[in-house]
Design a protein around this ligand. Sequence first.
Ligand code: PEP
Ligand code: MG
Length: 920
Amino acid sequence: MAEKHVYKFGVDENGNNVTEVAGASVDEAKWITGGKGANLAEMANIGLPVPPGFSITCQTCVAYSGAGNVWPEGVLDEIDEYRKDLEKRMGKKLGDKDDPLLVSVRSGAPFSMPGMMDTVLNLGLNDDSVQGIIKQTNNERFAWDSYRRFVQMFSNVVMGIDGDLFEEAINAKKEEKGVKLDTELTAEDLKDLTETFKQIFAKNVDSTAHPEVAPEGIASFPQDPYLQLRLAEQAVFGSWNTERAVLYRKQNKIPDDLGTAVNVQVMVFGNKGDTSATGVAFTRNPADGTNERYGDFLVNAQGEDVVAGIRNTEPIADLVKIPALKEAGEELYHVFEILEDHYADMMDLEFTIEQGKLWMLQTRVGKRTALSALRVAIQMVEEGRITKEQAIMRVAPDQLDQLLHPQFDPKAEVDVVAKGMNASPGAAVGAVVFSSDAAVHYSNIEKPCILVRWETTPDDLKGMVAAEGILTSHGGKTSHAAVIARGMGAPCVCGAEALKIDAKAKECVISGTDIVLHEGDIISINGTTGDVIIGEVPLVRPELTGDLETILSWADDVRRDASRGRIFGVRANADNPEDAHISRDFGADGIGLDRTEHMFLGERKEIIQSFILADRTGDKQKALGKLLKAQTDDFLGMFKEMDGKTVIVRLLDPPLHEFLDNPREYAVELAHAEDRGENDTQIKARRDLLARLDSFQEANPMLGLRGCRLGIVYPELTEMQVRAIASAAAHLKKRGFDPRPEIMVPLVGTWQELKVVRDQVEEVVASVVEQTGVELSIPVGCMIEIPRAAVTADEIAKYADFFSFGTNDLTQMGFGYSRDDVESAFIPLYLKKKILKTNPFETLDSGIAKLVKMGVEGGHASNDTIICGVCGETGGDPESIQMYYDLGLDYVSCSPYRVPIARLAGAQAKIKSNGGPAKL
Ligand code: PEP
Ligand code: MG
């Protein structure tokens, strides 16, 4: 069958539902007709009042863009048929002078990208059809208002004419008439404005822009509604690739090759007087999850008025309080219930009431904060709508980061100078900036900032990404700022009306006070309460309590349930008792990596320096003695903190010179000493030291004397570390603790290396057992982080109780990318050019995954009981966690603050790989 490019939805001229669905479920259909199109079809099918229309598929967009903005063969005819069919279903024609059909043309990708792509409303109006609207509605003001809006939107969105030109013309008109609000302009004023807008169009249009449809050029506002339609459809397809849409997709990890659908839908009007209204709503509170109707509406307005924040909206709960809207309002509340029953999720929706009749324009699964995601998921389980496993799948692991992020210290005293709406929770402190460019600049110089705007627009996205938090003086909880901030997990306070912002002057007066904020002044905002505070409020990390704890405990039950796939652990990378404590609080099953070199920082550096540089055996022994004492204390702290849980201690790994002073800097010091006239003996000692420092320099330190090579060259270091580990364990065991250390050998490339170190480890442990009389069993394993180790894992596994994949080094050596340099040098460019899909140091690369696979398979081939895990950075990345589960690993280990994210992601990976969530 030939590919279908267009699907219709809604009823026909007899009121029969004629919806064509693009897939067996909304989830399937959304890949074809986009989220909006698929859900419009779904709503029509469950009997909700949806204005009829049709969707042109996302695949058509991909083909159109891929061919350099050329329509695939035959598609224009297909669209034309559907357009004629729509005219037949409605008994009206576009552009008709007596009773014209008007349509909206909207984008709608498989994933929601709010405000990022184009929309054109009131299409079909021209000098004739505006008369038809007047005849039909008897409302001249409405007709001219619709026409001027259409000219304005079409000019800006479709033809790229600067939107400010139209705003300026409106303001000039209002000034001329001495009025403040758009709504105070008369029919005659709006008719005049329409004329002015058409002149602006003629003056500013690039008449040669569309030779494919108008070879003779477009010099004046197009009167042909079919030309209007075609240009609008093309504009929507084109908006898939605008800079802001591309950036939004990158931020939200939405693939670039999905395309958007175009939805052409019959217009309904919320601006036909006081029996009409329009609004956006959520079936529950998307900020905190409370089970209440949430949203805003405006009487006598069109959709964009609500989100643009031009007029202050009213809460959805008040809709039924307006007598003329009561009935439609009650019907809307009932629709909330129908939608929740049908989708078993919290939905967001757009509606219009046209002269008392309710119309549903859109619904989709509502975007929500982490707080709300948890609350709603738990409520839905309690209400018997979904299973616990479905609830686990409903929370995006990365979103939890929001909850693990700072809040105001409850002990801090704060002086609230302004209050807005609590649009996106969490707290932020930073310098005030008034433009997105300034926010990007502050972020580049690593200074946290708060973006302060009257309202944000889609063009502010880059500033919103760069800022720690967002503060606006206008707009409601469904304004652009609020929706985007919630999606990003950035704290946001919106509609703080006391702020009088003059962005050009980079100044903001807080009315009712004598405070004037300038760019760079520090403020704090609390998106959980809506508070704005001058100066820096101390921030604290929240604890895992309440809903988060509940979902994570459900996730743990899944991870640990051996009857549904393998037990999948989550450990932490921690190298001091404080971090170990946080890891334990955050629910880590153990420590997967204790990098002991981190224990040699600060004052310890001198001791290890004196060991490395000492040329007399006695000095070396003295240094080792001090190190032994210090390390034993370290391990006592770690094992006590993690009592009863595994702690994998890794023997020293980094190149030795990392502990030493830089010879170049030391040479300068020597020159100063010579200038100061130090005596010959002192200078000679300094020269000797410089020569020794020089001798530790390596051309490629990352490939030099590091890892197990270090312990083989300096076995006394291995002995010291192992003795410290074993002694600390023996000491604690004697006191009734349950220490569970394991010893990990880094940077193993051959089985011979591991055997040499293992033999030594076993010897030292045996001697501690003998000395202390305490029985110790300390497993010994190794990192798999050199490609050769992955390839020969079967040989190495004979000497290893466990493997831990070090994907930082494995990626470095697998790709030949220096992990310390390339992330700033060229990875951003590679991502932009799509040479790389993701940064391989953040998300496990498919090629490196093959090495891990070889390692796991080789390990299991020669050692039935080997435990395999990962401790590179990718161990905390949800996408990689799915790959690790599928590769057969037993656990992931990540930084303490990512442990809750990994607990959830681990459960999700297991659920996905075992046939999806259990259903009711
Ligand atoms: C690794 O290489 O992935 C690893 C965990 O070790 P490090 O980062 O300490 O080299
Ligand atoms: Mg490593």
